[in-house]
Design a binder for this molecule. Sequence first.
Ligand SMILES: C[S@@+](CC[C@H](N)C(=O)[O-])C[C@H]1O[C@@H](n2cnc3c(N)ncnc32)[C@H](O)[C@@H]1O
Length: 278
Amino acid sequence: MYASTPDDWHGINRARWDERVPIHAAGDFYGLDAFLAGQDALRDFELAEVGDVTGRTLLHLQCHIGVDTLSWARHGAAHVVGLDFSEPAVETARGLAASLGLGPDRAAFVAADVYDAAQAVPDSAYDIVYTGLGALNWLPDIGRWAETVASLVAPGGFLYLAEFHPLTDCFDDETGSTVTYDYFSRDAWVEESPGTYADLDAVTVHNRSVEWQHPVGEVVSALAAAGLRIEFLHEHDASLFPRYPALERHKDGYYRFPADRPRIPMMYSVKASRPVGG
Ligand SMILES: C[S@@+](CC[C@H](N)C(=O)[O-])C[C@H]1O[C@@H](n2cnc3c(N)ncnc32)[C@H](O)[C@@H]1O
C-alpha cells in the first residue's frame, strides 16, 4: 500500500535483501553452477545496446550477487566494479569472482549505499556505468541518483540503464488490464511479502519492503539535468518474468501478452553519454 516513508526504510530494505542473498545463491533462478560453468547472465538486448565492452572499465550499481557484473568481465571489460549495500551480496559476488579466477584488479566489489557510490568505489569515473532490472524502485530520490551516476561516467563514457517499466505497476496484478495504481504517485509503496521473486515459497522473516516508482520521463529528465546526453530511450514489449498471469513465455525466454491483446511497454532501456570534454 502507499504510505509515508518509514524512518528506517534503509534498514528495512537491507534486512530484506541480506536475508534473500543465500536463497538466491542456492536456488535455480540465478543458477550459479551454470553461471560458473560459462552461462551468460546478460540479456541479448543489453549486449546489443551496450555494444563491445572490450578493454573498458565498467561500474555496476546495485549489482546484487554480481552475476551480471562478472558477465561483463567475461565479455571483455578490462575492469569491473560492483556496488551493493548488502554485505552478504557483495561477499557472494567476491566468492564468484574468485571462483572464476578474477582478482580484484579485474573484478572488485564494494558494500555501500548507491548514493555514496562516488566515495565508495575505487576509481573516480568509469567508461560504462551499468544498472537496472529491479534497481531504481529501491531508491527514494531519482534526481540524487542521476547526479551520482553522472558524476561517475568518464568523459566519452555512458550510463546504460535497463529497467522494468513503471507503467506495469499501474495495472491490476490479476489481469494487467485495469488501471489501478497511480503512475505519478510519489508515496512509498510499503509491503509485507514473504519469499522472493527467485523462490516464491522460500521461508523468510524480513518481509517488509519500501519502494518507490519513478516515471520514465522523470528518470530521463533527471539524467539530462545531471549533464548526460540521452542517446536513446527504448521501450520493450516484453518482460523477464510473468508480471501478469496472462503473459506467455516465448522461445526467446521473454514474457509477452497473447497476440490478440494490445501491448504495453514492460521494460525500457536508456543510454546516456558524457561527451568528451564534458
Ligand atoms: C533486484 S536486485 C538488482 C537486480 C540485478 N539486476 C540482479 O538481478 O542481479 C536489487 C539490488 O539493489 C540493492 N539495493 C537496494 N537498495 C540499495 C541501495 N540504497 N544502495 C545500494 N544497493 C541497494 C539490493 O541489495 C539488491 O541487491
